[in-house]
Write a protein that binds this ligand. Structure first.
Ligand SMILES: Nc1nc2c(ncn2[C@@H]2O[C@H](COP(=O)(O)OP(=O)(O)OP(=O)(O)O)[C@@H](O)[C@H]2O)c(=O)[nH]1
Ligand SMILES: [Mg+2]
Length: 659
């Protein structure tokens, strides 16, 4: 392990933000000694075009800086960098004060819920005290009402070095106050750079937003689903065996060419995320944005990806509903409004519940709002109905007072479980859809199960009301079957499963049978019956049972058909038919092709044929069999085939070998 860069040291990723030419890159260089502008064109033009990276140890914290371009044409690059940051360093040049991209960048940070940061008034060497004070007032006004309302505003000069130490101290304090990163769960790396390194091959970089990544780990690239292996890991230029969330990492990948990768791809653990083209969300429109029409085409930015998509507006968000009392089916969302929406993307994105995103107008490309993912994998259901509005409310956890829905993630989890109906929702799928770790999903599953809201079968969750409804239907079906068929020992198990459970998981059916058995249901291998329910025969049926038993026993290996047996026994054919089926279920009669034999006749035949071998005969043929048992071909062929199936004989050519 490299002592210069112990992976357990606190790390923070700080993103710059601010208008073009306000001194963001100069400040990063002054703080770290590393020039984040690495492209030739950037040096030539004196502006930042794409993301730049630098790092420094400040106090006992590893600080990674993501330096973004301020030019309005490169906001999309800024967006690829801002996704993984812990805190923002908002840069405002004291001589120019707040400018359009100062506002746009800061609005983006607010929409993405960057909760921490500080403000640097740069180029302090160029202004007098009064101008600096004006810039300070503008800055304070800009951040009023936001998470940065009370953030320090520090004057600095990258040229003279004035204020840099105070800024470092401010950053260290900021880092100390940040919550820990989510190092549990699947590693998630939205890729921001891809390149090839001589002697190494493919390298990708990004900010690890969750989990831990290790050398030799097998990972997957999404949305391509290409499997790759981590050949090597670097954090800030030093080789590491592993890296945890909150680190800028460079990953050397085996199994993939640079040409197969691009910014926006996600590197993660197989099975942890599912790429999606459709998701439900809350969206917030910026106060100065033009109204957003239902169905408008937008640019969708998430992680390091930019995709095109369309926003279908559902309803105004509950806490803003007073703005639009008409309720369902918004025609447009006004600036400053918040709504529920379904976004359909033109290409798959790797996202999950809780993720934040930005939307920009299609043309001109300006930031108009952002939002939070509520459900990354909704079914194709209508969204502009009262039912859909109730579902959206449950997904936000707003109706937590209702015992049906629970609160927060439990409420959303119940929506997901219910929607899967009889198919059930596996804990893995819950983790993917709810944006939680598999361990958290298991804990949530146990909690919901203990509260009686779900049934946990294996690793799948089923809605408790659904299970109760299925149980009720099954109990009713068994009762109805007994009522309609008093002669039956119970409803055939498969028939009950198909009719009542349909496409539901077979594991659920078995679990329900187990539960009902504990409550008294008799669940046999073939049939389901009410407890204490024997076969109840009418007097006529009982007489027929006895007579048919005798007729078939006496007929030996040349049994009659049902009609003939009925007339010999002196019972109606319909009664004989019903009772013969009962005798088959009771295994008194055995069906061989279309013929019915008495079980005793068949048992005796089996013993005799087996005994023949002891008496020297190794073979038996059709003619010999007919003669020996005095039966016609009609009986001989099915009986010999039956003996084959019973493994008493085996057919070899025209004869049979006795086994
Ligand atoms: N006098 C003075 N000049 C500065 C200071 N900081 C930056 N500059 C100059 O301002 C110009 C722009 O600085 P950059 O750091 O490239 O600005 P930027 O915000 O990164 O610009 P973009 O990345 O293109 O948005 C450069 O010529 C810097 O030398 C400062 O504190 N004092
Ligand atoms: Mg720059």
């Amino acid at each position: 392990m490299n002592p210069l860069n112990p992976p357990n040291r606190r790390s923070v990723v700080i993103g710059t933000a601010g208008h073009i030419d306000h001194g963001k890159s100069a400040l990063v260089k002054a703080l770290t000694g590393i020039d984040p502008d690495r492209l030739k064109e950037e040096k030539a033009r004196g502006i930042t075009i794409d993301l730049g990276f630098a790092h420094a140890q400040v106090g006992d914290v590893d600080m990674a800086f993501v330096d973004v371009p301020g030019h309005e044409r490169f906001v999309k690059n800024m967006l690829a960098g801002v996704g993984g940051i812990d805190a923002v360093l908002l840069v405002i040049a004291a001589d120019e004060s707040v400018m359009p991209q100062t506002r746009e960048h800061f609005a983006i940070c607010r929409l993405l819920h960057v909760r921490a940061g500080l403000i640097a008034l740069t180029k302090s060497d160029l202004v007098d005290a009064e101008t600096l004070e004006l810039a300070r007032l503008d800055a304070r006004e800009l951040v009023a009402g936001s998470a940065l309302a009370d953030a320090p505003i520090l004057a600095v000069s990258s040229k003279t070095g004035d204020g840099l130490d105070a800024l470092r101290e401010g950053l260290a304090r900021l880092a100390a106050g940040l919550p820990d990163h989510a190092v549990d769960g699947a590693p998630r790396l939205p890729i921001d750079r891809v390149f090839s390194m001589r002697g190494f091959g493919t390298v990708v970089t990004g900010t690890l937003t969750s989990g831990t990544m290790r050398v030799d780990q097998e990972l997957v690239l999404l949305p391509s689903e290409r499997r790759v292996k981590v050949r090597g890991l670097q954090v800030h230029g030093t080789v590491q065996p592993s890296a945890a969330a909150g680190r800028r990492v460079a990953v050397n990948l085996g199994g993939v060419d640079v040409a197969d990768l691009q910014r926006g791809d996600t590197l993660t653990r197989p099975g942890a995320f599912e790429a999606t083209r459709r998701f439900d969300a809350t969206i917030d429109l910026l106060p100065d944005a033009r109204p957003l029409r239902h169905g408008a085409r937008v640019r969708f930015h998430h992680g390091t990806t930019e995709l095109l998509g369309r926003v279908a507006l559902a309803t105004e968000h509950a806490d803003r509903a007073d703005r639009n009392p008409s309720g369902s089916g918004l025609a447009e969302l006004q600036g400053g409004g918040r709504a529920f929406a379904r976004i359909r993307l033109e290409a798959p994105a790797v996202l999950t519940r809780g993720d934040r995103f930005i939307i920009r107008a299609y043309s001109p490309a300006i930031t108009i709002g952002g939002g939070r993912v509520l459900d990354p994998l909704p079914a194709r259901t209508p969204i502009r109905t009262a039912t859909a509005a109730a579902r959206f409310a449950r997904l936000t956890g707003e109706v937590s007072s209702s015992p049906q829905s629970g609160s927060g993630e439990a409420g959303a989890a119940m929506v997901f479980v219910e929607e899967r109906r009889g198919a059930g929702l596996s804990l893995d799928a819950l983790a993917r859809r709810a944006g939680i770790t598999v361990a958290a999903a298991a804990a949530l599953g146990r909690e919901l199960s203990a509260a009686g809201k779900v049934l946990l079968v294996g690793d799948a969750l089923f809605s408790a009301p659904l299970v109760r409804a299925l149980e009720g239907k099954l109990i009713a079906a068994v009762a109805e079957h007994h009522r309609a068929n008093p002669i039956s020992e119970g409803i055939p198990r498969e028939e009950a499963r198909e009719r009542i459970f349909g496409l539901a998981s077979p594991a659920l059916f078995d679990a329900v049978l187990l539960r009902l058995s504990e409550a008294g249901l008799v669940a046999g291998r073939d049939r389901l019956a009410q407890p204490g329910r024997g076969v109840s025969l009418t007097a006529e049926e009982a007489r027929a049972q006895e007579a048919l038993d005798r007729v078939f026993r006496e007929a030996g290996l040349s049994p009659p058909d049902i009609a003939a047996a009925a007339s010999t026994a002196g019972v109606a054919t319909s009664v004989a038919d019903r009772v013969s089926k009962l005798l088959v279920r009771q295994k008194t009669l055995v069906k061989v092709d279309t013929l019915l034999f008495h079980v005793q006749s068949l048992d005796r035949l089996k013993q005799e044929v087996k005994a023949l071998k002891g008496q020297g005969a190794a073979k038996v043929d059709v003619a010999g069999f007919k003669e020996r048992y005095g039966v016609s071909r009609k009986y001989a062929i099915p009986l010999l085939e039956w003996l084959d199936r019973e493994r008493v004989t085996r057919r070899v050519g025209d004869a049979r070998v006795i086994l």
